[in-house]
Design a protein around this ligand. Structure first.
Ligand SMILES: [Fe+2]
Length: 132
């Protein structure tokens, strides 16, 4: 069983960029639901293993991936957002974004549009790697 992580700041800590009501919905309703559903599916998978009955394995694994990604994306969001952050993008990242996307605005537009299409959570992540 997984548990909800503690929110590392107060619900109103991200204002004015993210208001307390919206953060409350994401933390206490949506994220809570992903955690609970993930645990329910894990229990169903345990039952399937005990009965050696995998008739619904495709559906269970798909649902586990969906709920699990909801958990991971919310935890990334909660732990990466910071009240009164003064983070500024480094020159290396900025240069790489310009090289790969043509401009920072082109990157931002693509990232925003791609995130809107993510089923349910509409959360996108951006990471930098050396292989792809
Ligand atoms: Fe959410």
């Amino acid at each position: 069983m997984i548990q909800k992580i503690e929110l590392p700041y107060r619900l109103d800590a991200l204002e004015p960029y993210y208001n307390a009501e919206t953060l409350n919905i994401h933390y206490n309703t949506l994220y809570k639901g992903y955690v609970e559903n993930y645990n329910k599916i894990q229990e169903q998978l345990k039952n399937a293993r005990e009965k050696n009955d995998f008739e619904n394995i495709k559906c269970l694994e798909k649902n586990l991936s969906f709920q699990g990604s909801g958990v991971i994306l919310h935890e990334l969001f909660f732990t990466n957002m910071k009240p009164q952050s003064r983070y500024e993008m480094g020159e290396r990242l900025y240069s790489q974004i310009n090289k790969d996307f043509g401009s920072f605005n082109a990157f931002k537009n693509q990232f925003n549009e791609a995130s809107k299409t993510v089923e349910a959570s509409r959360m996108g992540t951006f990471s930098m790697g050396t292989k792809i």
